[in-house]
Write a protein that binds this ligand. Structure first.
Ligand code: ADP
Length: 284
C-alpha cells in the first residue's frame, strides 16, 4: 500500500509567525484515510492558521504539509481536486436557491456530471428535498449543511471543516455531527477544528489538542481521558473554589468523596479535564 493511502494527511514541523505572534510552533502529525480528526484548542491557539496552510491559502514559514502524498505548497492545483473546504463564515448567496448556489460553485470549479453530483451531495447532507428552496428561507443548520454539500461537490478525499457547529443550537449541532460521521464512514478523511469539547469528544476518532501553536497531545478520546483517570470528583471548598480530584474507578472516586469534609460530586472524566491537567487552564 502507498504511504499516501495510509496517511492521507502528513504535517511535518510546521511553523508560522505573524509579527511577534508565533501562531504555529513546530506542529507534526499524520491522519489516516477515513479518519475523523479534530483539532481542539482555545481561541488563538492556531487552528485556523493550520487549516489555511493545509488548504493552500497561507504559506508556512517552514515545515511541510502533504495531502494524498502531494506537497501542499508545490502542486496546489492537484491538491484542490483532493479537498473540500467548509469555512467558518456563511458565504452562500441568500437570494438564490439551494441548487443555484451549488451550480455556480460547480461551474466555477468545473465539476463534471454536475447535475448528478449536486443530487448526491445534497442527499449526503439530507437536503435533497430543499433543492428549489431559497437560501434566505433555510434555518441556520440547513445553511451549514448546504455549505458542507457544496464542499462535497468535487468528491474530495479530505473534507476540512473550520468550527463546523459554531453558532448552532445544541440539537442542530447533533444533526450536523450525524452527517459528518456518515461522511467519515464513506471513506473520506474529515479534518475539523473546534473549541467545543463535546464536539471533539462525540465526533472524532482522534483528537489533537493545540495550545499556543503547539500540539500538546494527539490520541483517541478514550486514551486521552485515561491520561487523567476515568472519573473525577468536583469539590467546592470553604472559600467556594472548585477543586478537582481524579480517580481510576467509580469506587476510588467514592472513597475520595467520603474523605472530604463537605463531600463532592462524582462524574466521568471529559476532555476538559485533560486540557486542564495539561495546561492548568480552561479551554474557553
Ligand atoms: P484559532 O483558529 O485557534 O482561534 P488562529 O489560527 O486564528 O487561532 O490565530 C492564531 C494566532 O495568530 C492568534 O494570536 C491570531 O491573532 C494570530 N493571527 C492569525 N492570523 C493572523 C493574521 N492574518 N495576521 C496577524 N495575526 C494573525
Amino acid at each position: 500500500m502507498k504511504e499516501s493511502e495510509v496517511n492521507m494527511i502528513r504535517i511535518n514541523d510546521i511553523r508560522k509567525r505573524y509579527g511577534s505572534v508565533q501562531a504555529l510552533d513546530g506542529v507534526s502529525f499524520t491522519i489516516g484515510k477515513g479518519e475523523i480528526f479534530g483539532l481542539l484548542g482555545p481561541n488563538g491557539a492556531g487552528k485556523s492558521t493550520l487549516i489555511r496552510i493545509m488548504t493552500g491559502l497561507t504559506r508556512a514559514d517552514s515545515g511541510s504539509a502533504a495531502i494524498g502524498g502531494d506537497d501542499v505548497g508545490g502542486k496546489s492545483f492537484q491538491i484542490k481536486s483532493l479537498i473540500g473546504i467548509v469555512p467558518q463564515e456563511n458565504n452562500l448567496d441568500r437570494e438564490l436557491t439551494v441548487e443555484e448556489n451549488m451550480r455556480i460553485y460547480g461551474k466555477l470549479y468545473r465539476i463534471d456530471n454536475l447535475r448528478q453530483r449536486i443530487g448526491e451531495a445534497l442527499r449526503d447532507v439530507e437536503l435533497l428535498d430543499r433543492r428549489d428552496a431559497l437560501v434566505s428561507g433555510l434555518s441556520g443548520g440547513m445553511k451549514r449543511r448546504l455549505m458542507v454539500a457544496r464542499a462535497l461537490l468535487n468528491d474530495p478525499a479530505v473534507l476540512f471543516l473550520d468550527e463546523p457547529s459554531i453558532g448552532l443550537d445544541p440539537q442542530i449541532r447533533r444533526q450536523l455531527w450525524q452527517i459528518v460521521r456518515k461522511i467519515g464512514k464513506s471513506g473520506r478523511t474529515v479534518f475539523l477544528t473546534t473549541h467545543y469539547i463535546e464536539e471533539a469528544e462525540m465526533l472524532c476518532d482522534r483528537i489533537g489538542i493545540l495550545r499556543k501553536g503547539q500540539l500538546m497531545v494527539l490520541d483517541t478520546p478514550s486514551a486521552l481521558m485515561n491520561m487523567v483517570g476515568a472519573y473525577a470528583v468536583d469539590q467546592i471548598d470553604d472559600a467556594g473554589n472548585l477543586i478537582q480530584h481524579s480517580a481510576n474507578s467509580r469506587e476510588e472516586a467514592h472513597e475520595i468523596v467520603c474523605g472530604l469534609e463537605n463531600g463532592g460530586t462524582v462524574r466521568k472524566t471529559n476532555l476538559e479535564d485533560v486540557f486542564i491537567k495539561l495546561t492548568g487552564e480552561r479551554i474557553e
